[in-house]
Design a protein around this ligand. Sequence first.
Ligand code: PRP
Length: 180
Amino acid sequence: MLDELERTLFDEERIRTRIADMGRQIARDYREDKLLLIGVLKGAFIFLADLVRAISIPVGIDFVGVSSYGTHTKSTGVVRIVKDLDAPIAGNNVLVVEDIVDTGLTLSYLATLFRERGPKSLRICTFLDKPERREIPLAVDYVGFTIPNEFVVGYGLDYNGRYRNLPIVATLKPSVYSKS
Ligand code: PRP
């Protein structure tokens, strides 16, 4: 797997340091206010797991599973919910946790859906942000790293279902794409 990588953008140390900062910031912002983190599957599972351990206040955790209908869906912004939240979110301070914001369509859809359920507040936290790719305006409240328009894998992000378990964020060699 490692010989298929081209360039490391963020190594484990850099990721750990940044997430520690984000966790401190989130704990400060919410203090005693009850916080519910919602991870967006699958990509966010690793970031969420590390982020919660960097937050020193009590948090609730839930997950939503989304699936796009391929590239067509990405352009229409229609997202299929394959696993809904386990519990109502009315009255909760909700923080939606993503691995990456690209066009913004997925989170825009989810934010609208969740707002209709009456949370006390709703904010968005993403590990990576690719603002150059944005197709819809989206207010992102916490960003781990802003990256250029490059395809990256690792730390939850996949290519054809692979590389999610890489502990770093990296680009792939062009030969990997030509094989598939
Ligand atoms: C990725 C990511 C976001 C979405 C962002 O999910 O986890 O959910 O794309 O893209 P957007 O801003 O253009 O909507 P993906 O569809 O790759 O599914 P996964 O999380 O299961 O890998």
